[in-house]
Design a protein around this ligand. Structure first.
Ligand code: GLP
Length: 259
């Protein structure tokens, strides 16, 4: 089987961020001239933090008119949100996105969408969120990080490729991984989240998976060498025709590449 991803391995995290941003910036430039571009799919997490920082610096150098076109036409949908946290909660993904992109770019709340984690009925909210994305034609370019257990968004293993946007329980591994924002106490991390499913992710036009740092080396090697399986949700990305994998040397240490 031909290797299913376009592979970009860079020598360090900074090179990785800049190389990815070259591609993303190019796609945003095209977006300002497109008639009705599909929404942008965004991810949260530590991998994305320096990328959004770098993106803001680049966009500040754009000609005013182009920047205004991008800003006024911006429409993005994030992958996931914790259930039970208010939008303004510093630990929520909504607040992370507001601080990373919403505030610096001056976006209106309806331009930077996330599932509402403080809603009364998360299952209903998941359906609403997925329908809202469909109303705009599905995601165009989708940015992704990967969890240490191979989750994408919060699609925890086991997860099939047809799982759609829904409320999920978070695994112990994920609550541990994300406890840095919860006083390093996994028990303080919410037990549930709303996440786009593999279905909505795989329906996007183009996917960019960004993997950085040695702690991701084991899961990246598993992903590259694995068959598609429910036990490694990210492996379903191999069924998509346009996946770009961006990794630094640290994350790629355990990958064996045979030409
Ligand atoms: C988190 C989020 C994902 C994110 C992934 C990687 O739990 N649900 O959307 O991409 O796990 O996170 P990080 O970049 O912090 O390693």
């Amino acid at each position: 089987m031909p290797f299913p991803f376009t592979l970009n391995i860079l020598s360090g995290p900074n090179k990785l961020q800049e190389a990815f941003l070259d591609a993303f910036e190019e796609s945003l430039r095209k977006r300002i001239f497109a008639t009705s571009p599909r929404p942008i799919g965004l991810a949260s997490g530590e991998t994305m933090r320096p990328i959004y920082k770098g993106l803001i610096l680049r966009l500040q150098k754009w000609p005013r008119e182009d920047f205004e076109k991008l800003r006024s036409g911006w429409l993005s949908f994030n992958l996931d949100e914790y259930v039970g946290l208010a939008k303004s909660d510093k630990r929520s993904f909504s607040d992370f996105m507001f601080c990373s992109l919403g505030k610096p770019l001056g976006l209106a709340p309806n331009q930077l969408n996330l599932p509402n984690g403080s809603c009364e009925d998360p299952e209903e909210e998941a359906i609403r969120y997925s329908e809202e994305i469909s109303r705009f034609g599905g995601i165009g370019i989708q940015l992704l990080g990967i969890g240490l257990n191979g989750h994408i968004g919060f699609n925890e293993p086991p997860c099939g490729l047809d799982a759609s946007c829904r409320e999920v329980f978070l695994s112990e591994a994920t609550r541990k991984q994300n406890s840095i924002h919860f006083k390093d106490e996994p028990n303080l991390v919410p037990t549930k989240a709303i996440t786009l499913g593999m279905k909505e992710i795989l329906e996007s036009e183009e996917i960019h998976l960004i993997v950085s740092g040695s702690r991701k080396a084991r899961i990246l090697a598993s992903l590259i060498h694995s068959e598609c399986t429910d036990l490694l949700p990210a492996s379903w990305l191999k069924t998509h025709k346009r996946v770009f994998l961006w990794a630094d040397h640290e994350a790629s240490m355990q990958v064996e590449i045979n030409n």
